[in-house]
Design a protein around this ligand. Structure first.
Ligand SMILES: [Fe+2]
Length: 239
């Protein structure tokens, strides 16, 4: 499996604080069946400076750690960018790490964002030459009303892909959004399932359990599409 949303780099954001904790997260991801993980620390344009040098060092340290631990796990670079008024400029200045150096940018909005604002943000990203991947689609009320109609409209009108957290797949989502979570999965509107792991506890990697749930309910082709085979994800990430 390929996990394209994972806060494994230590000392960067609200993910692990120490190298040891990062190593435990890498071990957990590998045990869960992940072979490629895209490290996506938070990038908050205009709110908090992104430590680019530390980021590059941490990517190197993460790959050295997987090699030292003998794990068949490759760590690629990326970021989870919060959409802010400064996002457009940071993207234009090529400061935001894209997913594995591709044209795809993992982007999150405030959970209370309105559909109109969300779509305007996506249009801005697209105009800048990037392809947005919406992080944890289940977090936005404007997309979770009804049975996935707004998410379907978003995908019809704009070239965006939608990511759902593995934990949401396993537990079915919060009360009040369970029907929408199910509808999104059953209608094929979810493009990627990723862990959004921050630690090895309550926000840990649940990729294995989520894969088994999707395999059981929707079958192998859908599981492979959303969890990514090496080939499909290589194509997606332009590698
Ligand atoms: Fe995240």
């Amino acid at each position: 499996m390929i996990d394209l949303h994972h806060h494994l780099l230590f000392g960067m954001d609200d993910g692990p604080a120490t190298q040891r904790q990062m190593e435990q997260m890498l071990l957990r991801a590998s045990e869960d069946g992940v072979t490629v993980v895209v490290a996506t620390p938070h990038y908050l344009p205009g709110i908090f400076p992104f430590p680019a040098e530390t980021y590059a060092l941490r990517i190197r340290q993460a790959n050295e750690a997987t090699a030292a631990m003998g794990l068949a796990l490759q760590v690629l670079g990326g970021a989870e960018m919060l959409y802010t008024p400064q996002a457009e400029r940071h993207l234009a200045e090529r400061r935001v790490p894209t997913l594995a150096g591709s044209t795809k940018v993992l982007v999150e909005f405030q959970p209370s964002v309105r559909l109109r604002e969300l779509m305007q943000g996506m249009e801005t990203i697209l105009r800048g030459g990037y392809l947005p991947v919406l992080a944890h689609v289940e977090r936005y009320g404007c997309l979770m009303a009804g049975r996935g109609e707004a998410a379907a409209r978003l995908k019809r009108e704009l070239e965006v892909t939608l990511q759902m957290n593995a934990d949401t797949v396993v537990h079915g989502g919060r009360l009040g959004q369970r029907a929408a979570v199910r509808a999104l999965l059953e209608r094929g509107l979810v493009d990627h399932i990723a862990s959004d792991a921050h630690n090895t506890d309550e926000r840990g990697c649940r990729m294995g359990a989520a894969y088994r749930a999707v395999l059981g309910k929707l079958g192998l082709a859908e599981a492979e599409r959303m969890f990514g085979t090496r080939e499909s994800m290589a194509e997606f990430l332009d590698r």
